[in-house]
Ligand binder design. Structure first.
Ligand code: NAP
Length: 234
């Protein structure tokens, strides 16, 4: 697709990977709307990006409905949904609390489903569209402490396969992008120390891959790709 004058909606666009994707799509000529829950960071990010801010929680049905109303009122169309909003809780199974488990699934799984359910209706009517799910290499294999986060990303991967199977006939491309560790606010937001190092991935590395898969001619698509740092040092 040609990104120029396309309309993109990026959830969790106020920080990290979502901000990087919104920036790169905007630089390629897309009209971009970003969502997040926290207002201050959202407004700052939108101003820096020249994007349309929508304060909304992907896990709340009413917020999701309002998000699309705002996008369509503002831009009149939608070409790309990037399901990027995500959070992590990392605890051994025996310490896993129900609240943290359910909140992780509410954003990473239910939120992506609610967002894509509405986007799919718009895309089916147009007989084209693009859904980019930001999953994780956590969706590829389990690990200690991964009960909530890893399982939520496995679920996102599973939903991506189902949506692809359902929506391909409507010329809707569903991409799954699995970043390994990227330096963002994710560690701080998820309660663990992320050690910065110049050898580790940056949001623009993931944005670069998202832009590349979208820009391929609509006759084809890359279902899934994983992005690793070449030689990350802690
Ligand atoms: N960083 C990594 O190493 C890494 C690796 C693999 C995959 N990922 C995935 O990449 C995605 C982005 O993470 P990041 O590293 O960029 O983290 P980040 O810097 O913490 O950004 C997360 C963004 O999501 C928003 N958000 C969180 N919950 C939300 C909700 N319920 N509704 C709407 N927005 C919500 C946050 O804003 P508010 O809190 O204000 O809502 C923020 O804008 C996540 O899906 C994450 O799982 C990250």
């Amino acid at each position: 697709m040609n990104l120029k004058n396309s309309v993109a909606l990026v959830t969790g666009g106020s920080s990290g990977i979502g901000f990087g994707i919104a920036k790169m799509l905007g630089e390629a000529g897309a009209k971009v709307a970003i969502t997040a829950r926290g207002k201050d960071r959202l407004m700052q990010a939108a101003a820096a990006l020249g994007a349309h801010p929508i304060q909304a929680d992907v896990s709340k049905e009413a917020d999701v409905e309002r998000t699309y109303k705002e996008v369509l009122d503002k831009f009149g169309d939608l070409d790309i949904l990037v399901n990027n909003a995500g959070r992590g809780v990392f605890k051994p199974l025996i310490d896993m609390d129900l609240k943290g488990f359910e909140e992780t699934f509410a954003t990473n799984v239910t939120g992506a489903m609610l967002m894509t359910r509405v986007a799919a209706k718009i895309f089916i009517k147009r007989n084209r569209g693009n859904v980019v799910n930001i999953s994780s290499t956590a969706s590829l294999r389990g690990a200690p402490g991964g009960t909530a986060y890893y399982a939520s990303k496995f679920a996102l991967r599973g939903m991506s396969e189902c949506w692809r199977a359902e929506l391909r006939k409507n010329n809707i491309r569903v991409f799954l992008v699995n970043p390994s560790e990227v330096i963002t606010n994710f560690g701080a937001a998820s309660g663990f120390d992320q050690k910065d190092n110049a050898s580790k991935l940056r949001p623009e590395d993931i944005a670069h891959m998202v832009k590349a898969v979208l820009e391929m001619n609509d006759r084809g698509f890359t279902p899934e790709l994983s992005v690793f740092a070449t030689n990350p040092a802690d």
